[in-house]
Design a protein around this ligand. Structure first.
Ligand SMILES: Cc1ncc(COP(=O)(O)O)c(C=O)c1O
Length: 454
């Protein structure tokens, strides 16, 4: 089947997420046929080094190297192609995966509830927080606080947690009681002469002011991703989480760490929580959890939260929440195998060994006339692009920075993402030093191409 006919069939049948659907009818799709290592291959014969690991998730890369996982999926499909975990029923691989996640958790945790996507995991965490506070005779604690710039998902509650007003348009969201505080871009939002530490103090004060204005006994939980991935890979400013956690503890607000991007090695530790000293009550995880080979996410809760939810479920007769495919036996078997491979290959150690080179690459872009700032950790980094470095002038929306950079990068054989004026790197964690250098060279050529048009 030629690429043209696939493209035509796509236009005739497929509706794509986060896509201008009308424009898609004119421009058509980019057809990917297969992958190998860190490369994806297009139907037009192009080979593209995937600098975004798909959607920050294909940690083990593509192709033959994953044959062992394919065998596990094959066997699981024959042994037990489906079995639900509703109403006390269970199976071996869901138990093994839950045990494995509890053993890996960055802080002592009590139970794991599996879902099928990051959005579902965050929606579940919202409902769990409501149950928890109801069990503590504080049902009025319903409000959620999250941060501008953070993406938490696409379902109604997780989108309400998401701090991006563009995403609410047309949906009448966010839901009431989903409050926001500022994001973490010190380069953009820091005051003149303000240190990172002072910036963190100001952000923490903003959080406390909001809690006091709303009434501490109305706030259920605070959601944060350790590194703000969808704000363009922004690590927290110095001292941020220390100050924020002090406030959360003071007002007994539950802390939900959204580890959907950061978990499973991306930031050079198993968890972002380890890297930044987070002590969450609830962790949500997805993406790298299964190297995106199966749709799975996890909500991991501590004993305090679990015992509250358990008491409430007893009172109401059940924890009335769940999805048909949650804890799917094929999905959990594959995920168990992926996690075994992470350990065998010491994927976290591999990321740690690459981090100095990766941070060096990010630093090397500081000389580029379009780059105003760089930041990164592990194998997650971003370059802030500006029209004018002297006064940090941002590109106007009409310039179309993201499509221009992404298309130029493609011409130079690399896939990168541009989010909110930031060029983001999140390659598969199995990338080699040579491949990192190829990725950096492709990104630089893309920047040069676009700069030459200014
Ligand atoms: C930090 C974070 N949380 C949640 C999500 C939502 O995950 P999903 O797309 O699997 O629903 C994403 C997706 O990019 C994410 O980056």
């Amino acid at each position: 089947m030629g690429s043209n006919s696939l493209a035509q069939r796509d236009i005739a049948s497929v509706m794509h997420p986060y896509t201008n659907l009308k424009k898609h009818l004119d421009v058509g799709p980019v057809v990917i046929t297969h992958g190998d290592g860190v490369y994806l291959y297009g139907a037009d014969g192009s080979a593209l080094l995937d600098g975004a690991a798909g959607q920050w998730c294909s940690s083990l890369g593509y192709g033959k190297a994953n044959e062992r996982i394919a065998k596990v999926a094959h066997d699981a499909l024959i042994d037990l192609p489906y079995s639900h975990i509703f109403r006390h029923q269970t199976h071996r691989s869901v138990i093994e995966l839950s045990e494995r996640l509890l053993a890996l958790a960055p802080v002592p945790m009590s139970k794991v509830m599996l879902q099928c996507s990051g959005s579902e995991a965050n929606d579940t965490a919202v409902k769990m927080a409501w149950y928890y506070w109801a069990s503590r005779d504080q049902p009025q604690r319903r409000k959620m606080i999250s941060r501008m710039g953070s993406y938490h998902g696409s379902t109604c509650a997780s989108l309400s947690l998401t701090g991006n007003t563009d995403y609410y348009r047309g949906f009448g969201l966010p839901l009431p009681g989903f409050l926001k505080v500022s994001g973490l871009n010190h380069y953009r939002s820091g005051l003149p002469g303000e240190s990172e530490d002072e910036f963190s103090t100001r952000l923490a004060r903003e959080l406390e002011d909001l809690i006091q204005a709303e009434g501490p006994d109305t706030i259920a939980a605070f959601f944060a991703d350790p590194v703000q991935g969808n704000a363009g890979a922004l690590p927290p400013p110095r001292g941020y989480f220390e100050k924020v956690q002090k406030i959360l503890r003071k007002y007994e607000i539950l802390f939900v760490a959204d580890e959907v991007i950061c978990g499973f090695g991306r930031v050079g530790e198993w968890w972002g929580s380890q890297r930044y000293g987070l002590e969450p009550d609830i962790i949500t995880a997805a993406k790298g959890l299964s190297s995106a080979m199966q749709p799975i996410s996890a909500v991991i809760v501590n004993e305090k939260v679990f015992s509250g939810i358990a008491a409430e479920s007893d009172k109401l007769g059940s924890f009335i929440h769940g999805f048909t495919y949650a804890g799917h036996p094929v999905t959990t078997a594959v995920t168990n195998e992926v996690l075994k491979i992470y350990e065998e290959r010491d994927i976290v150690g591999h990321v740690q060994s690459l981090e100095p080179q990766f941070l060096g690459i990010l630093d090397s872009f500081r000389d580029h006339p379009m780059i105003g700032n760089v930041s990164g950790v592990g194998l997650l980094g971003g370059l802030e692009m500006v029209m004018d470095r002297a006064d940090k002038t941002a590109f106007p929306k009409t310039f179309g920075l993201a499509p221009k950079i992404e298309a130029a990068a493609r011409r130079h054989g690399v896939l990168i993402r541009v989010i909110a004026d930031r060029l983001v790197f999140a390659p598969p964690l199995v990338i080699t030093p040579d491949e990192l250098a190829i990725l950096a060279a492709g990104a630089r050529k893309a920047l040069d191409d676009v700069h030459a048009t200014l």
